[in-house]
Design a binder for this molecule. Structure first.
Ligand SMILES: Cc1ncc(COP(=O)(O)O)c(C=O)c1O
Length: 477
């Protein structure tokens, strides 16, 4: 900056000298100026030189001021502006929920807004954490771990998966992450070039598009099958292009609760094999599985790496062990992946450059000890039965979920945001599904206390009656 300023000033000075030296050869400055100039010219030259320096300085100040003024207008990035605008509805919902809970008392507001488990973490979690805190040497306990996680932790996770899924993973196939969100951001960062595409099925977890954007890429979604909410595989086939780098699936699904069976996973694998051949590209299947263990009615969740070679699994303990605040999960990178070694190295670098550095150290050790534990799936199942049966009897339209802890319900008017506003009048806090890529629906997170559901049922019934009443007009409007 200083050099630029100095150069400008020198140029201004030289220009003044040029005016005074019509020959234009400013080399004369050094040799002959003192001889050529009269006293008067020297004075004029000096005044002009000082003036030009002053103007140069003022010009510099103006440019700086304009720069900062512009900065003020664009204090945050364009993308962040868009994200804030997109989140406005959800933020408003949170603020409103807080206000309502203060006004009516938390027990009188039926908050089905977010997927925060109401089942406590297994007792062994706290016990193990305390044991580790007491026995481990402080520097080791609180120091950085390997960027991809402690080797012994990754080994334990690999063995746990091998026992469950008959795989042969080793520690190098596991990357410990900051929840599923961290894992997805890591793998997107590793794989995606700008303008490449992540393809998923609507409705989808609303943060996916932001994760793709973080990697400079875009998220596109195959339109939902509104009958079953299962993936439309013909549409998938038609939607894949040479820009599709990742196909992202989530089963058991947030927000619908559907579970993809073996035939669906196998078919997705076949389609991706075909498309890789057709375009001569690599297409990675990323399976986002924070709800793997939360299934009902004996539903099975196939282990996706068995069906397609280029599969990466993003797993999290947020829901399966009720540890969402502990931010702990892992990525599975099977050795069969094309470019396995580079992807593994990329994941190591990505954890660092994204700023995670390593997953929380204590929680890595805790989950390594407790990964065979199970949450109280029966509790969620009972909530599911109670809510689903009641809503059906009141006349709401929804499929019976087989997994996760969400009901996906058709809104009683076309505008899901307006419907959620109306529901608030009945102290029901629901999430509009426009953000999940499926307008006209709402998500009800039933990972709440039984009492909340029991107390909320009359409110759901009253809300339905409101829409049926003549005062509202046609429900199909
Ligand atoms: C489908 C899905 N993927 C990823 C996440 C992020 O999970 P985590 O809390 O482990 O980062 C969530 C959280 O609700 C989710 O529902």
């Amino acid at each position: 900056m200083f050099l630029k300023k100095a150069t400008k000033k020198w140029e201004a000075f030289v220009n003044v000298q040029k005016l005074l030296l019509p020959e234009g050869d400013f080399r004369l400055l050094f040799e002959k100026a003192p001889l050529l100039w009269s006293e008067e010219e020297k004075c004029k030259g000096l005044v002009l030189a000082v003036k030009s320096m002053l103007y140069g300085f003022l010009f510099h100040m103006k440019v700086t001021e304009a720069f900062y003024k512009k900065g003020e207008q664009n204090m945050i990035s364009h993308n962040m502006k868009k994200l804030i605008e997109k989140s406005a509805g959800i933020s408003a919902l949170f603020t409103e929920a807080k206000r309502m809970k203060q006004q009516y008392g938390p027990e009188n507001v039926y908050d089905f807004g977010i997927g925060n488990p109401n089942v406590k973490a297994p007792e062994s979690i706290n016990k193990t954490a305390i044991e580790i805190l007491q026995r481990e040497e402080s520097l080791l306990l609180h120091g950085y771990t390997d960027t991809v996680g402690y080797a012994e932790v990754r080994k334990k996770i690999a063995n746990h998966l091998n026992r469950r899924f008959d795989t042969d993973f080793a520690e190098d196939n596991i990357v410990m992450t900051v929840g599923a969100a961290g894992g997805l951001n890591v793998i997107f960062k590793v794989l995606l070039n700008p303008e490449e595409e992540v393809l998923t099925f609507a409705p989808f977890f609303s943060e996916y598009s932001a994760y793709a954007m973080n990697a400079g890429a875009v998220l596109n979604a195959v339109a939902p099958n509104l009958e079953t909410f299962l993936p439309d595989l013909t549409a998938l086939e038609e939607s894949i292009t040479e820009k599709t780098k990742i196909v992202l699936i989530n089963s058991p699904n947030n927000p619908t609760g559907v579970v993809y069976d073996e035939s669906i996973i196998a078919e997705i694998g076949c389609i991706l094999e075909e498309k890789q051949k057709e375009y001569g590209t690599s297409i990675y299947l990323v399976a986002d599985e924070p709800y793997r263990e939360l299934v009902y009615d004996g539903a099975e969740v196939p282990y996706v790496p068995h069906y397609y070679k280029n599969t990466i699994v993003a797993y999290s303990f947020s829901k399966s062990l009720s540890l969402p605040g502990d931010r702990i999960g892992y990525l599975v990178l099977p050795s069969e992946l094309e470019d396995f070694e580079q992807i593994r190295q990329g994941a190591e670098v990505a954890t660092r450059v994204l700023g995670f550095v390593n997953a929380p150290a204590l929680q890595q050790r805790v989950v390594a000890e407790c990964c065979d534990e199970l949450t109280d799936v029966a509790f969620y199942d009972a909530n599911r039965e109670l809510l689903y049966t009641a809503l059906q009897s009141y006349g709401y339209e929804c499929i019976k979920p087989q997994g996760a802890f969400y009901l996906f319900v058709k809104a009683l008017e076309a505008d899901d945001n307006a419907f959620c506003q109306k529901a608030k009048e009945y102290r029901l806090l629901l999430t509009p599904a426009t953000g999940f890529g499926c307008p006209g629906y709402v998500r009800i997170a039933y990972c709440v206390s039984r009492q909340t559901i029991e107390k909320a049922l009359p409110a759901f019934e009253a809300l339905k009656k409101y829409y049926e009443a003549d005062t509202y007009g046609s429900v199909d409007a």
